[in-house]
Design a protein around this ligand. Structure first.
Ligand SMILES: [Zn+2]
Length: 106
């Protein structure tokens, strides 16, 4: 999965956390058969919950590309791609890493 967080490629230890872009920490989570780097378990949990929400709403089996803009406080405006399809949404998480707000954007 190709991931861009606030304009920078992310998802490995060198490039940064797949959700927030942070380069500290050392946490890995398997997403769609791929080992992605996260700064902490909360970011990983948020990412998993977000990916599940995307799949549930689009019926996609996997996500090829994810562009994330924003942060925990403002919420994140995102674009997910699967083959030639694009799905835009806004997401905000709660303190427990759950999806608090999820809005489809056009
Ligand atoms: Zn993070």
């Amino acid at each position: 999965m190709k991931i861009i967080v606030n304009g920078k490629e992310a998802g490995t230890k060198e490039k940064g956390c797949a959700l927030c872009g942070g380069t500290w920490g050392d946490y890995y989570e398997d997403i769609d058969g791929e080992k992605l780097f996260f700064c902490c378990d909360i970011c990983a949990l948020e990412f998993v919950n977000m990916a599940n929400e995307i799949k549930k709403r689009t019926n996609w089996r996997k996500i090829d590309e994810l562009i994330i803009n924003g942060n925990y406080y403002t919420g994140r405006t995102c674009s997910a791609k699967n083959e030639n399809k694009e799905y835009k949404f806004y997401v905000k998480f709660n303190d427990e890493g759950g999806v608090e707000t999820f809005k489809e954007l056009s």
